[in-house]
Write a protein that binds this ligand. Structure first.
Ligand code: DLL
Length: 438
């Protein structure tokens, strides 16, 4: 199965480079005109730069356009960036942000269709077909995860289980009764489902799952291996954000070395987050997307704040679509502790290398006087829990020294009982920052 070539839309996914550029040029020119004519907010941004749609003739002119940021989306909330009359819009989705104004994205029927098509590509790349039973445990509702994968699964013709998240034992029961073969959820929830399966006395041999499509939060290669082991599946990454429709902006193929971006819908750039300068292929920087097919909520040069690398190296799957690395952090959720930049994924990689620690952790940052405190709660495994104090102390020291060697700062490690860190049914809460830095 793994070596089979699997495409939802082979013509697009394997399109020769020159043809893709031609398609992108045509779509970009039309999209800039559409936005200029219909979105006064963006028209003003362009005017400030002395630009009209005639100045954008191909993707070589893309760099001339102003960036759009989350602050713009908040400014224009709720209808200010809408590019179609309300009567043409059929859906909204929204970010999970709990502070300030939410980001609201709008869809015409055409937009929903394209979005679901992108998700269908991801499902097929993970081995899905109309013979599959696809269990969708991303949240449904305003969050894009459930509706996006649900729509993609329908398109592919899978028998779709719209479970949403939560009630994990019932998830497993359904998985067994209905013979689910594909699981879609956040990686942290996938790991939790895997743990619960084992706690219920089952093994991967008792279920029919073969693949999982996991995204919406950062996860490491080590976490992938752990999920693959717990559930006996191949775990595929999927990326997207509400602003660009939701999941399916990019997806992993069987090579599992980065996510192919659906370039017929999104033009990707990597920029220096400080200067805004476009960086050459292979550089690490902030990912910027221009959506060239969306009707209701098209975004030109939208700054995602996700840090990653793009590569056009030939992929053994045959797809010619550019690949993005896993996001390596964000320009905004990066923690600065004692002056050092800390990405939670760095801590996760350390923990996953320890046989007696679990990937369930929580970073607690606080400030006493002017000094930051940095504590990491780490759940130990069941086996370790019954071990001697000495072995537990040794594990704590090992984690502490590995973290210090990676980050250059000391963290206080607090080993806690198995299952004592609250589990998440959506995105895991990895960081508790009590410093009130803003
Ligand atoms: O998380 C959309 C989504 C749903 C993607 C289901 C994949 C699967 P938002 O809630 O708007 O949308 O959050 C978007 O989540 O900018 C990234 O920082 C992060 N993110 C999304 N996918 C991944 C991933 C959805 N595969 C923000 N790896 C993005 C790492 C991811 N981070």
């Amino acid at each position: 199965m793994a070596s089979e070539k699997r495409y939802w839309n082979k013509e697009i996914e394997c399109m020769p480079r020159e043809e893709m550029i031609k398609l992108q040029n045509e779509r970009l020119v039309a999209q800039v005109k559409h936005v200029y004519d219909n979105v006064p907010y963006y028209r003003e941004l362009m005017k400030k730069r002395g630009l009209t749609p005639d100045d954008i003739r191909s993707i070589d002119d893309l760099h001339k356009l102003p960036f759009l940021t989350k602050a713009d989306l908040r400014d224009a909330y709720p209808y200010g960036l809408l590019a179609k009359p309300l009567e043409d819009c059929v859906r909204i989705q929204s970010t999970s942000g709990t502070t300030g104004k939410r980001v609201v994205a709008f869809y015409t029927q055409h937009d929903l269709d394209l979005w679901e098509d992108c998700c269908a590509r991801a499902i097929v790349a993970a081995g899905g077909s109309n013979k599959d039973v696809c269990q969708v445990c991303y949240g449904y509702g305003l969050f894009t995860g459930g509706p996006g994968l649900n729509g993609g699964s329908h398109k592919v013709g899978c028998l779709t289980l719209p479970m949403s998240s939560g009630n994990t034992e019932r998830q497993i029961q359904f998985m067994m009764d209905l013979g689910s073969t594909i699981l879609c959820c956040t990686p942290s929830y996938a790991a939790y489902i895997g743990e619960t399966l084992h706690d219920m006395g089952y093994s991967p041999d008792d279920i029919k799952l073969k693949a999982g499509i996991f995204g919406a939060e950062p996860w490491t290669e080590e976490m992938r291996h752990e999920i693959e082991r717990l559930l006996g599946i191949k775990a595929y990454d999927i990326y997207g954000l509400t602003e660009t429709s939701g999941p399916g902006v990019s997806f992993e193929c069987e090579e599992q070395t980065g996510m192919h971006i659906n370039e017929d819908h999104f033009i990707a750039e990597i920029i220096d987050p400080d200067t805004g300068e476009v960086l050459p292929e292979g550089s690490k920087g902030e990912l910027v997307f221009t959506s060239i097919t969306k009707e209701a909520f098209p975004l030109l040069r939208y700054r995602t704040r996700d840090i990653c690398v793009l590569t056009r190296e030939k992929c053994s799957c045959g797809r010619t679509l550019v690949k993005m690395s896993k996001p390596m952090g964000r320009t905004d959720d990066m923690l600065i502790i004692k002056g050092v930049n800390v990405f939670p994924s760095q801590i996760e990689s350390v923990l996953l290398k320890m046989s007696n620690a679990t990937p369930n952790y929580q970073i607690v940052v606080d400030r006493v006087g002017t000094t930051d405190t940095f504590e990491i709660l780490v759940e130990i495994s069941d086996d370790m829990f019954s071990d001697t104090v000495k072995t537990v102390e040794e594990l704590s020291k090992k984690i502490s020294s590995d973290i210090q060697s990676i980050l250059g700062i000391r963290a206080k490690i607090k080993l806690v009982e198995p299952k004592s860190i609250p589990r998440s049914e959506g995105k895991a809460v990895r960081v508790i920052d009590k410093r009130k830095l803003v």
